[in-house]
Design a protein around this ligand. Sequence first.
Ligand SMILES: Cc1ncc(COP(=O)(O)O)c(C=O)c1O
Length: 397
Amino acid sequence: MEYRFSSRVSQLQSSAVRDILKLTQGNDLISFAGGLPAEELFPVQAVREAADRVFAGGPGALQYGVTEGYMPLREQLCERMAAKKMTVNPNQMILTTGSQQAIDLLVGVLTEPGDAILVEKPTYLAGLQVFAMRGLKVIAAESDEHGIIPEDAERLIREHRPKLLYAVPTFGNPTGRVWSLERRRKLLELCKQNHIPIIEDDPYGDIKFDDQEYPSLFSLEERAEKGAVFYTSTFSKTVAPALRTGWAIGDSSVIAMAAKAKQAADIHSSTMDQQILSQLLRHFDLDAHIRLIAKSYGERMNEMHTLLTKQKLQDVTWAKPKGGMFLWLELPEGLDSEALLRGAVRNGVAFVPGSSFYASNPQRNTARLNYTFNTGARTQLGIERFVEAIGEFTARS
Ligand SMILES: Cc1ncc(COP(=O)(O)O)c(C=O)c1O
């Protein structure tokens, strides 16, 4: 039989990250590609004990649950959100299969195919995949080290009347950038004036290397009901991605609509995982664990930053991240990092070419390096191989 795929999936680019991860399986490739947390820091014993507690509660733990998610976990998360000046009740929250599904559900209920969505340039690759699957036209505003440039966002809003802004204001993926407070306030105001809801995606906010506070757009808006901001976060980076548990908060009527959409998608996310997380929060000091992860990732970032600095690479620049999981490199003008990747993989190291993070007109001389998965000798060897690949590439061209 011949199959005709929908126009939406035919446009879908295979994720370069996934393709590279496939390549990296089963050989000695050192991967700086995936956004993988450090496995040795997973709280395995605490998760096992939490699971034991769930099973000790009886067979009801294995029953279907409500679409919005396990109520005790929603209540616990409301407390954690309140501590970050985001006050919501459980009706203003939905638990999702990772924050990835939260993005998809919110986009699904707030847009029509053909609508425009405003994003930062560059932006999260799997976000771009959601927008393509939802038939959206992506318009990308220029950004600098302080975040989206408001004047450019304003111009694009006038031209394209986007239905949504999608943003990762704190330790963005791929750039690791943090929006300044001024930019946060400006973008929030701009979106409110133009009736554009914002999806604020915050998987990395807790992974910070200093004591600075970065108030979420949601907290600056100060209200959920009829508010402009829908905030999403996840346990993937702070506990473990395999638990596939994220959440979204915001206006209760939009959350209720997202729950209807979720019913159609998967009825509910794994309540087993949600119950495990609820027990974990009750009996394990997650905040102490987050501090431990952040400290270790800060050290790994410094390690990679120092190794790269020592190489004295010509025309290779990056900003030292203040948090998150990625280093964003600008490579010599004219260097195509997709071509560089092939040489790097031959040398035994992988990264993600920057072009993956643009909906159109990619800046090709960019690359994203993850620093959380590897450490010590492997990071050193990986950077040596990477630098070698740049050397070979520039010598050839
Ligand atoms: C910016 C961003 N948003 C969302 C996600 C999705 O995370 P998860 O679905 O595991 O919660 C990721 C994962 O890497 C991410 O980098």
